[in-house]
Design a protein around this ligand. Structure first.
Ligand code: AMP
Length: 283
């Protein structure tokens, strides 16, 4: 039986018992509306740990004023099913008032890594993410925590934060799970109507073209980005937020492809902002 826990104290008490019995704890933080991407993280955690905790919390402090906090999709009953099917033992589902009972004076900033890509467009987003993940790490105190490469910048930021602040937690990055036509699974895909859903394949199609150019030894980033922009602009429902090639570790922009890189994009399809990426390593 899966336990649904809403209170921090109760979760701490429950996990203390497991820890006393030398059980390892895996943790999968999510905002809910679980799909196969989340499922792959939960499954991996339950394979690698005795107990898996999935948090479902739509974190208000990582949403900007004009973002989709209020309309973010929620369905706890379905989430419960996905969590159980993939081996989770506990869902932590706190209310906003439980996580933020009073005005927060303390925030976690992972500098530099939050400047490029989504950081440049979503001011304060990664501060909100790093702060809530710190709170959740302190509440759950897991042995391992699982994050998707779908949010590559988030993963890089969490890894650096864990190193800098000496969290004794192993961070595990998991591959992107996609629909059959290549679209990366996302809770936000539920916003797309049929026409938009078809248009949304432009992200992966363009990433594939970029990969092909790099495979064919193209190293000039401007040439690659120009091709990508032109390709995306052919899709009338798509509006580019950014397409960038950055160093895989520092996330700084590069002009020439020599070392390991991250190719990342954010594209509006209608009103829905979708992200996708791949990393390219040279050895
Ligand atoms: P979210 O609920 O969107 O905050 O995502 C929770 C976790 O699931 C994050 O670590 C995401 O990177 C991961 N995730 C979301 N979509 C995917 C996907 N398509 N494939 C793999 N992981 C994903």
């Amino acid at each position: 039986m899966i336990k649904i826990i809403e209170k921090i104290d109760e979760l701490r008490k429950t996990l203390k018992e497991y820890r006393k019995n030398n059980k390892t704890i895996g943790f999968v933080p999510t905002m809910g509306y679980l799909h196969e991407g989340h499922a792959s993280l939960i499954k991996r955690s339950s394979n690698e740990n005795d107990i898996t905790v999935v948090s479902i919390f739509v974190n208000p402090i990582q949403f900007g004023p004009n973002e989709d906090l209020d309309k973010y999709p929620r369905d706890l009953e379905r989430d419960k099913k996905v969590a159980v099917e993939n081996g989770a033992n506990i869902i932590f589902h706190p209310k906003v008032s439980e996580m933020y009972p009073e005005k927060l004076y303390t925030f976690v900033n992972v500098e530099n890594l939050d400047k490029e890509l989504c950081g440049a467009k979503r001011e304060g987003h990664f501060q909100g993410v790093a702060t809530v993940v710190t709170k959740l790490f302190n509440i759950v105190n897991p042995d391992r925590a699982y994050f998707g490469k779908k949010d590559a910048q988030q993963l890089a930021i969490i890894k650096k934060m864990v190193k800098d602040l000496n969290f004794d937690i192993e961070i595990i990055g998991c591959e992107i799970v996609r629909e059959e036509d290549g679209l990366a699974k996302s809770s936000r895909n539920s916003y797309l109507n049929q026409e938009e859903r078809e248009a949304a394949t432009i992200l992966k199609k363009t990433l594939d073209k970029i990969r092909e150019m790099i495979d064919n030894k193209e190293t000039n980033v401007k040439k690659i980005i120009d091709m990508a922009v032109e390709n995306i602009e052919k899709e009338p429902l798509a509006k580019i937020d950014y397409v960038e090639i950055v160093d895989l570790y520092t996330l700084e922009k590069v002009e020439e492809i020599k070392n390991d890189i991250l190719v990342a994009m954010a594209v509006y399809i209608g009103k829905t902002r979708l992200i996708d990426n791949f990393d390219y390593k040279f050895n």
